[in-house]
Structures are given as C-alpha cells and as structure tokens.
Design a protein around this ligand. Structure first.
Ligand SMILES: C[S@@+](CC[C@H](N)C(=O)[O-])C[C@H]1O[C@@H](n2cnc3c(N)ncnc32)[C@H](O)[C@@H]1O
Length: 203
C-alpha cells in the first residue's frame, strides 16, 4: 500500500520504516501524515540512506578488515564507466534522478532539512545516528549476482536498452581489473552507511 494513502487518526504508538522513505518525494507531507496516525507521544523510527561522508573509513574496523571493500571498488568502477563519452549524459540523468528520489540535492543537507521538516510536522526529541552496515560475499561472483538482482538494474534503467548489456560488462570489467591476482580467494565486504531517524509526537 502507498504510504501516502494511509488514513488513520491517532491510532498507533509507533511507526517503523526501513529503507523506504527516500523513495517518497513529498517528505514534508509524509512526516505530517505520520504525525497524524500516531497517538500523542507516539514515536517514529526510520532508516534511510546514510551520508558516505559519515561512513567510518577506518580500515582497522573489525568487519571491514575481514575482506576487500568491494563497494568502494564498485563506486570507483561506476565513476570510471560514467565518464566514457557515450555514457556521460545518462549518468548525469541518473545522478539527478537519485537526488530527486532522495528528496534533497545534497546528502550533507539531509539531516538539517529532515530536522526542519519533522519540527514543522510537530515532532520533538529528534535524533539522528549514522551506522555502517556490512554484507559479506564469499566470492566476487556472489557479489555480482546480488548486484544483478537489484542495484545494477536500477542504475541501468536510465540508459537506452541497446547499450545496457555493454555498460554492465564495462562496470564488471572495471571491478575485475581492480581485483587483481593477489586478492583472489579473498572475501569481499560491502559497506554502506545507514541513517537512523527517531522522533516523538508532541502532545
Ligand atoms: C529497499 S526496500 C525496503 C523494503 C523493506 N522495508 C525491508 O526492510 O526489506 C524499499 C521499499 O520501499 C517501498 N516503497 C517505495 N515507495 C513507497 C510508497 N510510496 N509507499 C510505500 N512503500 C513504498 C518499495 O515498495 C520497496 O519495497
């Protein structure tokens, strides 16, 4: 059901949402609707995409040192491929699409903007916390097949169908290029920042 179509009045103690609010373009209205469905002092706990700048870069981190940071390799590969002349325009579209999806033009503005929107929607005790999450892949192929299932199709949807397959091959080739002989047999770790937002309805 569309989150924006939910109609309740002061009926719930809490709302929990995991990795979904960034798909909703009318965030200001979303928070107002959330406030309306909550009982007085009702709470929200939401998770959304975190700011990579707030991600822990420490390689001493127990989890990340247990493998090669494959998401960093993928990000570098995407940047390299996006700079090829035939693809540059599509990746620009992709960038602006994801900014619209995320509701803010700049990740760094997310927290202050969300703070304002929540205050405007009658929430208090607003708290933010960014935490890194890790996914471990036993092989590079396991990482590829997970990406093939959900992330890469979303990235490629702005690119004309006739060059999607070759674009995907280029991304994979770039990743493989960086995973050199001495890293074969190593484990791969994907690290991504998650922003948690919590707040309470003002009585
Ligand atoms: C990354 S998934 C997270 C799914 C689930 N919450 C979980 O933790 O596995 C994002 C979800 O947001 C949902 N979504 C996108 N727009 C929505 C909307 N307007 N109302 C409700 N759900 C929406 C999608 O259907 C998708 O399932």
């Amino acid at each position: 059901m569309d989150a924006m179509a939910i109609r309740f009045d002061a009926e719930f103690d809490a709302i929990f949402s995991n990795q979904a609010i960034h798909w909703i373009q009318t965030q200001r209205l979303l928070y107002k609707k959330m406030n309306k469905v909550l009982k007085p002092r009702g709470r929200i706990l939401l998770s959304t995409l975190g700011d990579p700048a707030e991600s822990s870069n420490s390689e001493e981190n127990g989890d990340s040192s247990a493998g090669i940071n494959v998401s960093a390799i993928e990000a570098a590969a995407l940047i390299t491929v996006s700079h090829t002349p035939e693809l540059e325009q599509f990746f620009q579209v992709l960038n602006s699409t994801s900014q619209i999806l995320n509701g803010v033009s700049n990740m760094h503005e997310r927290k202050p903007l969300t703070q304002k929107m929540l205050e405007g929607a009658n929430f208090t005790r607003i708290q933010f916390e960014t935490r890194d999450f890790f996914v471990r892949y036993e092989t590079l192929d396991a990482f590829f097949s997970s990406r093939q299932a959900y992330i890469w199709p979303a990235i490629l949807h702005v690119i004309p169908e006739n060059i999607r397959a070759t674009t995907l091959s280029k991304i994979k080739a770039q990743i493989k290029k960086q995973v050199t002989g001495d890293t074969q047999g190593a484990k791969f770790v994907e690290r991504y920042p998650v922003l948690f937002i919590s707040a309470e309805k003002i009585v």
